[in-house]
Design a protein around this ligand. Structure first.
Ligand code: GRF
Length: 201
């Protein structure tokens, strides 16, 4: 008898294009990933991620920082959306904000991020540009637990990507993105299978 895996109840947070959300949705659709994206929370009404969610039949909520008096209220609204949809794990996929207490304490050890460098090298913005400016010969991507720092939480998995002599930010980003799309869903599936120790202290 095949044991049915309990599906990960995921909330995805994104601010931009949404290609990582798309890759996760495809892995679910193809049966590679035992998960359900319960909600996409997006802080930018013009983000491509919203179109990707629509096409994949994923519910989305737009929650903009400018509509809240404080950061705390903004993050509490995000938390409410995640709670309402009974999310258990949160995957940041190009979410361009640092999360703080409201979300991080409730989802302690259950928030993941993907970053386009081999952390701890090149945290923060424009990781691919940083890699090129430092003359790195190898870069890549990292899936890690989120803590209250910027790209500082415990690393779960990484993929390398070669940096070529004639690379531009665009060409390197595209090579790394290919790895991102093949890594994030795998890490989520390891979590669904209970193969990842949570980052909970
Ligand atoms: C990716 O490079 C991801 O690593 C970084 O932001 C980018 C998001 O891309 N955190 P997309 O919106 O998933 O296409």
């Amino acid at each position: 008898m095949t044991r049915l895996l309990k599906k990960l109840q995921l909330g995805v947070l994104a601010s931009g294009r949404g290609s990582n959300l798309g890759a996760i949705a495809r892995a679910i659709e193809d049966g590679r990933l035992a998960a359900e994206v319960r909600v996409l929370v997006c802080d930018k009404p013009e983000a491509g991620a919203l179109d990707i969610a629509r096409a994949a039949g994923i519910e989305s909520r737009v929650i903009e920082r400018k509509n809240f008096a404080s950061r705390d209220e903004f993050e509490s609204a995000i938390l409410r959306a995640l709670r309402e949809r009974e999310v258990e794990w949160v995957a940041l996929a190009g979410f361009m904000r640092v999360l703080h207490k409201p979300v991080l304490s409730e989802f302690s050890g259950h928030v993941l991020n993907i970053h386009p460098s081999l952390l701890p090298a090149f945290p923060g913005l424009e990781a691919q540009r940083q890699a090129l400016e430092h003359g790195a010969k190898i870069s890549g991507c990292t899936v890690h637990f989120v803590d209250d720092g910027v790209d500082t939480g415990p690393i779960i998995a990484q993929r390398a990507a070669e940096v070529k002599d004639n690379d531009t930010v665009e060409s390197l980003s595209a090579r790394i993105l290919e790895q991102e799309h093949d890594l994030y869903w795998r890490v989520l599936q390891w979590i669904a299978e209970g193969k990842v120790k949570t980052g909970q202290k």
